[in-house]
Design a protein around this ligand. Structure first.
Ligand code: ZN
Length: 308
């Protein structure tokens, strides 16, 4: 009898332990499997740490991000509801400088699209890169000479530079000021790449004359005919930032561009690639967990309660 009771008790304990283990691993499993885009997409404030870019452009996060002001002397931020006007301080300084320099190129000011979330990381929708605070989308639509309302910034649509059903720019839309704006952005040494639609690259190649060194920085890519994309090199303060190799030497106006303008890159593969599972925290650099968990700055904490 005693023997049976003891055995039962032990079995019960074992079952409880097993249940506990199951629950613990089950819960941990859920946390580990949460897509990182949900975690980073929910952060409303930057990580109050020293500024640095962590990881690679499409697999990383950002500490110490700062916001680009939604209005500047010659820029306006679009789609404010997305809260993606954050970046490494060097990126913010670069955009402010480009906005100023653009006016000297006959471009009336920048409409600024997505930069990065407050703590970087993968996004719930829209971009594979833009994760470490060094990427920025700038509209190819000039800034109107008035302050846009919040509603207009949500609803206004950018204009494609391409002619209807074509991989070439529409000469009615593509202007010397577009050319000058992109050339200026590509001229900064800290800008490593600029992504544009191949049709825009072709227009830049054709219009560049003898001044061609900057064209190396401008890379053809899908999309990017409503906006262009500026990517900065890893800043000196960010040892954990994974640099990309430099673009191949030359202006990129030859056979590579011919390929981009051919049908091949635009023909869908016969067997589409299986969708990749969303990134989880274990896919990101370990430091991104620190970035995610860092307390919000004091001024965003609730006010202290008065003592009785
Ligand atoms: Zn972009």
């Amino acid at each position: 009898m005693t023997h049976v009771v003891m055995a039962t008790a032990r079995a019960g304990r074992l079952a409880a332990t097993a249940l506990g283990l199951l629950l613990a691993t089950g819960l941990a499993g859920v946390a580990e499997e949460t897509p990182a885009k949900e975690l980073f997409g929910a952060e409303r404030a930057p990580a109050p740490l020293e500024a640095r870019a962590i990881g690679s452009y499409a697999r990383g996060c950002m500490a110490g991000g700062v916001p680009l002001a939604v209005d500047g002397p010659s820029w306006q931020v679009m789609r404010l509801s997305r809260n993606r006007n954050w970046g490494h301080p060097d990126l913010i300084a670069l955009i402010e400088r480009l906005a100023e320099d653009a006016t000297a190129e006959g471009w009336p000011g920048l409409l600024v699209g997505d930069l990065t979330q407050p703590r970087g990381g993968p996004m719930l929708f829209g971009h594979a890169s833009h994760q470490i605070g060094l990427d920025a989308d700038i509209w190819l639509t000039p800034m109107p000479d008035r302050r846009l309302s919040a509603t207009e910034r949500e609803e206004m649509e950018a204009v494609s530079m391409l002619a209807e059903d074509s991989r070439k720019v529409d000469p009615q839309r593509w202007t010397p000021a577009h050319h000058a704006l992109i050339r200026r952005a590509a001229s900064y040494p800290e800008v490593e790449r600029i992504f544009v639609h191949p049709g825009i690259k072709k227009a830049l190649c054709d219009g560049a004359g003898d001044d061609r060194g900057w064209l190396r920085t401008v890379r053809p890519w899908w999309g990017h005919h409503f906006h262009f994309h500026i990517r900065m090199a890893c800043p000196a303060d960010s040892p954990g930032c994974e640099p990309q190799s430099l673009p191949p030497p030359g202006d990129g106006c030859g056979s590579e561009l011919d390929w981009w303008l051919s049908d091949e890159p635009w023909t869908p593969p016969e067997e589409p690639a299986a969708p990749r599972p969303p990134m989880t925290m274990s896919d990101l650099p370990r430091e991104c967990q620190v970035v995610l968990e860092a307390d919000a700055p004091l001024d965003s904490a609730p006010p202290p309660r008065p003592r009785p």
